[in-house]
Design a protein around this ligand. Structure first.
Ligand code: UGA
Length: 429
């Protein structure tokens, strides 16, 4: 099949590349010419394991190309995928301006029947608005569909090529049949729904996963008070198939470009319908507060943070990505700096992105774990990179000035800490 994919962010780029890997002809489009030049030059604007190689392979096979010319891409395709961003506005609502703009340009570019698929996360009813805008600008027939994306950063290719399920929200037989054919090499588990339900499935899924995380974080906080171990509690809970093991890792709360934005947006969507989504509001509040446990623990050990040197390992919102959008490290480090501490930070790949948004005379970006930890009054682990796992607690102790380790991701087991002099605080243990 011939596809045009509008938007080369995580969702657009990874889906486009994976569709080409399945043998389809894919043209990826972006307005930002520097991104397209990079992609045409063999570079990838985002860090995602395996993506660069997959792009190179499919370009070589002649199935994948990149352009800023939306009109040309749409005219040369049968299916147009909208995968532009839907960032949060200041009130938490999803900003749909990129979506609406893409719809208008697609409408103007149509030259025959096409199926327009939305993969961006959009509030219920948005696909109908997209349909209206396209219709306003085109005389050609077209159909719309909502096919939400469930990939995670860091494992995006695996998630896209081997999804748990594909949701196709569509109204007509031709769309259902075409999109089943497009997605059937990926999984047998394809569910057809109406368009509004497909839009809702995406928000409900992210909101539920965020709820699991805030739930286990609160259980962790109680575990600390009653002397239980949240990792054991989560494991024991997870053996119940109705609960499952995933997304029960206690830590410093969720971050990234999806959960914070989508939970806020769903609260707004509900609110617009006069529904007070109390549970989700609490999930958001718990998540926000959880990151400050790091500060509370530091203050419990060091009392005054002013004049202290705090080492931070991990700036990305999770491992295997250089993405720092809504990373807990942003607020934690800002808070440390505002309390007068000096911060020495290290991340294997996210330091550059982080330093673009946070510069301070008391914040130093270090080149390796040792440089960050040396002579610090405490070390905080904020992202569970494998690189950190390999450093022995004894080595950490030898680098630090004071033997304080605050492990925000439960990277180390209590067992590994036995025999060291480290004063060790983790989450929920
Ligand atoms: C999330 C969803 O998992 C994807 O299914 C969805 O497609 C994507 O959002 C999206 O809407 O585009 P992502 O944000 O890439 O994916 O990353 P996750 O692996 O879900 O992690 C999100 C945050 O939750 C991270 O900060 C992570 O550290 C945190 N987390 C995750 C926990 O604190 N505990 C857990 O048990 C799991």
């Amino acid at each position: 099949m011939k596809l045009a994919v509008i938007g080369t962010g995580y969702v657009g780029l990874v889906s486009g590349v994976c569709f080409s890997e399945l043998g389809n002809d894919v043209i990826c489009v972006d307005k930002i010419s520097s991104k397209i030049s990079m992609l045409n030059g063999g570079e990838v604007p985002i860090y995602e394991p395996g993506l660069k190689q997959l792009i190179a392979h499919n370009k070589e096979e002649g199935r994948l190309s990149f352009t800023t010319d939306l009109t040309e891409a749409v005219r040369n395709s049968d299916i147009v995928v909208i995968a532009v961003g839907t960032p949060s506005m200041s009130n938490g609502q999803a900003n749909l301006s990129y979506i609406m703009e893409a719809a208008k340009e697609i409408g103007q570019a149509l030259n025959g029947f096409k199926i327009i698929v939305t993969k961006s996360t959009v509030p219920v009813g948005t696909n109908e608005k997209i349909r209206d805008i396209i219709a306003e600008h085109s005389m050609y027939p077209f159909e719309i569909a909502s096919v939400p994306e469930f990939l995670r950063e860091g494992t995006a290719i695996e998630d896209t090529l081997h999804p748990d399920r594909i949701i196709i929200g569509a109204a007509t037989e031709i769309v259902k049949e075409t999109l089943i054919e497009l997605h059937s090499p990926l999984t047998n588990n394809i569910m057809i729904t109406d368009i509004r339900s497909a839009e809702m499935i995406k928000y409900a899924s992210n909101a539920f996963l965020a709820t699991k995380i805030s739930f286990i974080n609160e259980i962790a906080n109680i575990c600390e008070k009653v002397g239980a171990d949240v990792t054991q509690v989560a494991r024991g809970m997870g053996y119940d198939k109705r609960i499952g093991h995933s997304f029960l890792k206690a830590g410093i709360g969720y971050g990234g470009s999806c959960f914070p934005k989508d939970t806020q947006a769903l609260v707004q969507i509900a609110g617009q319908m006069d529904y007070d989504f109390k549970l989700l509001k609490s999930v958001i509040e718990v998540n926000h507060d959880q990151r400050f446990n790091i500060i509370r623990k530091l203050e419990a050990i060091l009392k005054e943070l002013s004049g202290r040197t705090i080492a931070v390992w991990g700036l990305a919102f999770k491992p295997e990505t250089d993405d720092i959008r809504d990373a807990p490290a942003l607020e934690i480090i800002s808070s440390l700096l505002s309390k007068g501490a000096r911060v020495k930070a290290y991340d294997p790949i996210a330091s550059k992105n982080f330093s673009n948004v946070l510069q301070h005379e008391c914040l130093e970006y270090c080149n390796n774990v040792r440089e960050a930890a040396e002579n610090a009054d405490a070390l905080c682990i904020l992202t569970e990179w494998n690189e950190f796992r390999e450093i022995s607690p004894d080595l950490i102790q030898s680098w630090l000035k004071l033997p304080n380790l605050i492990d925000g991701r439960n990277l180390y087991s209590e067992e590994e800490l036995k025999g060291t002099q480290l004063i060790y605080y983790s989450v929920g243990r």
